[in-house]
Design a protein around this ligand. Structure first.
Ligand SMILES: [Zn+2]
Length: 261
């Protein structure tokens, strides 16, 4: 563990160190931080790129898939030559090329109930870039149980939504949506399409929230409100989210909830 930035790091990160709300101390915190990115796809790509560029010390990447031609319109961690390659490998190569200071840990598996706690343990923040409701609820429940703040997001067509959860301090995803929707109500990217730049906007907001949290911002996080992006009309709106005392994940009755300060 280092306690000061090298001259090369000071130069690399100079433009964000200059930002009055950040500075050298925040940069040191970022360099010591560990962020888990679930899914190296449309959301995980921009999020991981900005987190690596910002100097996050360790990035964990979870994805079981291989790169396909139809991914490249939005999954900007991967290039044409990567088709057929495991996404975690392609992601690691891209991120390491961008910033060799970042340690990239790859998990070429599907994030599921059998491995979720083991993979997530020890991370300081989670970016949920998954593309299905089962994983989104699992990320919420595991993050709440382990007390790890995370950014939830979803995208489809020309719409996105994003919310930050700080367990013990803010509403969680399950406070908002109790259970996954029935299959017939689900629009997903594979079946419904997605504009790549919409994924880029939402994934970038997730990276912004991760950096803010890790840098020590006490307020201003996207907590207790769901930000909804309508790219067709270029409008953002917010939906207030309240903690549900009966929430199965973070409520008083939740058996595994760890109350944090
Ligand atoms: Zn909750």
């Amino acid at each position: 563990m280092f306690d000061r930035l090298t001259s090369e790091q000071i130069e690399r990160y100079s433009r964000q160190i200059m930002v009055p709300d950040l500075g050298g101390k925040a940069q040191l915190r970022l360099c010591r931080s560990r962020v888990l990115v679930i899914g190296a796809g449309g959301l995980g790509s921009p999020a991981a790129l900005y987190l690596a560029a910002a100097g996050i010390g360790t990035l964990g990447i979870v994805d079981a898939d291989k790169v396909e031609l139809s991914n490249l319109q939005r999954q900007i961690l991967h290039a044409t030559a990567d088709i057929g390659r495991p996404k975690v490998e392609s992601a690691k190569a891209t991120l390491t090329k961008l910033n060799p200071d970042v340690e990239v840990k790859t998990h070429p598996v599907r994030f599921d109930a059998s491995n979720a706690e083991q993979i997530a343990a020890g991370f300081d923040f989670i970016v949920d870039g998954s593309d299905n409701f089962d994983t989104k609820f699992l990320v919420n429940d595991v993050a709440v149980k382990l007390g790890i703040p995370f950014s939830h997001a979803g995208i489809v067509r020309l719409q996105g939504q994003v919310m930050t959860v700080v367990p013990g301090r803010s509403a969680c995803y399950r406070c908002l949506f109790k259970t996954p929707p029935p299959p017939e109500e689900i629009l997903n990217c594979q079946a419904s399409g997605i504009l790549g730049a919409v994924a880029g906007t939402i994934g970038t907001i997730q990276a912004t929230e991760a950096v803010k949290y890790l840098a020590g911002f006490d307020d201003g996080l996207l907590t207790d409100r769901l930000l909804v992006y309508d790219a067709k009309n270029l409008r953002f709106r917010e939906v207030e989210v309240r903690r549900d005392p009966q929430c199965a994940a973070c409520g008083a009755g939740a058996p595994s909830f760890i109350q944090l300060g």
